[in-house]
Design a protein around this ligand. Structure first.
Ligand code: GLU
Length: 322
């Protein structure tokens, strides 16, 4: 006997409200065509600007997804919080915190400027992220990249691959990041092998994720380091809370202050078009849409986060005991 299927409109009504909300975001913000796909890493310019995927993971392990939520793209700067958290746990907070600051820089993410102690301002700008990778490389050598890739995979709940073409493209053109590497070396933040450190950093930025992966990774941050889908404690609660702290103050390029004022959810974006937002004890959101605004944040991704925060009243500084 054929199962009795409700008509399409009935299906729409049966959809969980959260999924309907995400669907509405997708259809409403798909019309937004402003912004530009990043091209300073030549391979990134080939991304289809029409891609738009959104995923939201709750702490009971439900993952909602709409649109191009399974399309892979490179993680880029969204790797930075996870590698910072990994460095804290692998090397000890004392080591990491003595080498990398936690103050917003007020400079662009790729600025070749260190703080008054000749240390990176924070782990969310390139100098701090390259320093994090460098500290792991100094300690683990050739095993450093595999440790980073494996940790990112535990956050996502699956094995993650590298986009070798994007990696090669950034490696061929990434002299500004190399300059930062040498600046870190001359100030003894990282030791000798700048080329080796940059190789790991470029690979880490070229790890492939989907909006769904990013939602699960964000939910793991929101869940004190326990992946809500796999149940694994990926990193310590200390490392996660400090990571969320720097995401709060410095996660969204030169828009970080405005972001936390208006949206109020710790977040990190990447030039590949991803945004990761982690609301502690609540949810993780991942979005993918490659067109970026003047700050380097995904135009549609920002709109999704604004809508989510205001529709569900999620500003983290506007909470009661609920
Ligand atoms: N791989 C990129 C770079 O270092 C990441 C930048 C970003 O996503 O903000 O320039």
């Amino acid at each position: 006997m054929k199962p009795h299927l409700p008509a399409a409109s009935a299906w729409t009504r049966l959809k969980p409200p959260l999924l309907r909300f995400l669907d509405n975001c997708l259809s409403e913000f798909s019309a937004e065509a402003s912004g530009h796909v990043a091209d300073y890493i030549p391979e990134l310019s080939k991304a289809d600007p029409a891609y738009f995927g959104i995923s939201l993971a709750t702490l009971d392990g439900h993952v909602y997804e709409v649109g191009d939520s399974r399309v892979p793209f490179t993680i880029q700067s969204m790797s930075k919080p996870f590698v910072f958290a990994l460095a804290l746990d692998l090397l000890g907070a004392g080591r990491v915190e003595s080498a990398i600051g936690v103050e917003p820089s007020g400079d662009p993410f790729n600025s070749i400027r260190l703080n008054s102690e000749n240390h990176p301002f924070n782990p969310m700008v390139n100098a701090g992220a390259i320093a994090c990778t460098g500290l792991i490389y100094d300690s683990k050598g050739a095993a450093a990249f595999e440790q980073i890739r494996a940790a990112l995979g535990r956050f996502a709940g699956r094995d993650l691959a590298v986009d070798e073409t994007v990696y090669a493209s950034e490696s061929q053109t990434g002299d500004r990041n190399r300059a930062i590497g040498y600046l870190l070396k001359t100030n003894a933040v990282i030791s000798d092998d700048v080329a080796g450190v940059l190789d790991v950093y470029f690979r880490q930025c070229a790890v492939l994720v989907t909006a769904r992966d990013i939602a699960v990774m964000a939910a793991t941050l929101a869940n004190r380091g326990i992946n809500p889908v796999t149940g694994e404690q990926v990193l310590s609660a200390y490392a996660i809370s400090r990571t969320l702290s720097v995401m709060t103050s410095s996660g969204m390029y030169d828009y970080a202050g405005e972001w936390i004022y208006r949206i109020g959810i710790p977040a990190k974006s990447g030039v590949g078009g991803g945004i990761l937002a982690a609301l502690p004890a609540r949810l993780g959101l991942g979005s993918y849409s490659p067109r970026l605004d003047k700050h380097g944040n995904s135009v549609r991704g920002i709109k999704v986060c604004e809508a989510l925060s205001s529709h569900y009243d999620l500003h983290m500084l506007n909470r009661s005991d609920d």
